[in-house]
Design a protein around this ligand. Structure first.
Ligand code: FE2
Length: 422
């Protein structure tokens, strides 16, 4: 007797299989499982996927759009400055409440694991207190991973470095940084050496906001690759954004990419945000500001898509749907071959799970029983439709359901409803 049986779904690799769940684990994945179950979900004709994963987010700022006022210029720098005011005004309770609301959205979209950068700049560390509380409150249904993120720079304030260490002591999981925002290139490089040494000493992963600028000479990713290898951190380091690579000299990039591959650094571009924030100083033609995704993947570098922001000082939209993120990434990176489109779906599921080191992930026997049933037939169709999440199961419990996206029609001689699947 199983607790839940998901019948007849199509898995992302095209197999049709039933998935049996007992407790918080997948007990079996096979065609035609006939045993009894407490609850049966009919997924015949629908896509069944492991849950979506977001490897880059800012939960402490989410759903604060318009507070304390709108970002009038739409730039990264005005966003940082607005957030600099808001983080001292927002209470711990407000940030927890906004985070809980966002996690409700995330669960409803089948997004069940999020790595979030937590600003460690203010000495009160209310952001850290709030996100630790939130991580605990949602842990039964959503995995929240916290990065100590010195938003204003490790060295630009007297307590910047101490506050990162305090946050890590409080239980934050990952070491973050922002080298291109330090006062000088030299300080930026030094911050990376420092942060990687802190991570090595504490046995922690590293995830750096790296070169989030249109400046082609912002080359901190090179230092990050060097320090990763020097300290033996291969496979534990991620470079988020890497937008300057869009504008770099091609010869330099041909030398840089093999260094990133050697260091086993994962890349996390954030296409919704990169396309909105980068190129703001350009006239025409305007740069896209997305890093070189296909070129990195061709060299075996792991690349995932991150969301970064929803309704906050930097981004005025967002729905907690990782398919929106992949959809934008696919367009901006021109990943239009069927294999590339399918890869965009994998990037927001399996690849992102691998980047943030999720354990027991995937649709296989013994893994955590977390999955999403989509109103679509294939991963590429899911990307095209960004469809309803018919059912979301997290750690063995059905946590969300949505109706199908069929529309009723009133047209002479035409069917009375339409489903926009291929
Ligand atoms: Fe970010």
């Amino acid at each position: 007797m199983f607790d839940i049986l998901v019948k007849g779904g199509t898995l992302p690799d095209g197999r049709v299989a039933d998935i049996a769940i007992k407790g918080d684990r997948i007990a079996e994945v096979a065609p035609d499982i006939t045993a009894e179950a407490g609850e049966t979900i009919d997924a015949s004709g629908d896509l069944v996927s492991p849950p979506f994963v977001d490897p880059h987010f800012h939960m402490d700022a989410t759903l604060s759009y318009g507070l304390p006022r709108l970002n009038a210029s739409g730039t990264l720098l005005e966003g940082i400055s607005l957030w600099g005011e808001l983080r001292d005004l927002a209470t711990v309770d407000e940030m927890v409440e906004r985070g809980l609301r966002y996690c409700d959205w995330a669960v409803s979209m089948g997004l069940l694991a999020i790595r979030t950068h937590v600003d460690t700049t203010p000495d009160h560390l209310n952001t850290v207190t709030a996100m630790l509380e939130l991580r605990d409150k949602v842990k039964d249904y959503l995995d929240l991973q916290l990065v100590a993120f010195p938003q204003d720079g490790l060295y630009r304030s007297a307590t910047g470095r101490d506050n990162v260490l305090r946050a890590l002591d409080m239980g934050v999981d990952v070491v973050g940084g922002i080298p291109h925002f330090e006062r000088t290139m030299t300080d930026g490089a030094a911050s990376l050496t420092d942060l990687c040494e802190i991570a090595a000493a504490r046995g922690l992963p590293v995830d750096i906001h790296c070169d989030e600028t249109d400046d082609p000479l912002s080359r901190h990713i090179e230092t990050l690759a060097f320090e990763t290898q020097r300290l033996g951190l291969q496979g534990r380091v991620a470079g988020s954004h890497l937008t300057s690579m869009h504008s770099m000299d091609n010869y330099y990039v041909s030398k840089l990419l093999p260094l990133i591959a050697e260091a086993e650094i994962a890349a996390i571009p954030n296409p919704l945000i990169n396309i909105v924030l980068q190129g703001r100083h350009d006239t025409y033609p305007k740069r896209r500001g997305l890093t070189r995704v296909k070129e990195m993947q061709a060299l075996g570098i792991t690349v995932g898509w991150g969301q970064d922001c929803v309704l906050d000082p930097w981004y005025s939209l967002g729905t907690a749907d990782m398919l929106d993120v992949a959809f934008m990434g696919m367009h901006v990176a021109q990943m239009t071959h069927p294999d590339e489109m399918a890869r965009c779906f994998t990037m927001v599921t399996e690849t992102n799970a691998q980047i943030i080191g999720l354990r027991d992930y995937g649709l296989l026997k013994g893994a955590l029983a977390s999955l999403v049933v989509l109103d679509a037939t294939t991963p590429v169709d899911a990307l095209r439709l960004r469809p309803a999440r018919l059912a979301v199961v997290s750690k063995g419990r059905v946590v969300a359901r949505s109706p199908r996206g069929d529309a009723g029609l009133s047209l002479p001689g035409r069917p009375d409803s339409v489903r926009r699947r291929r």
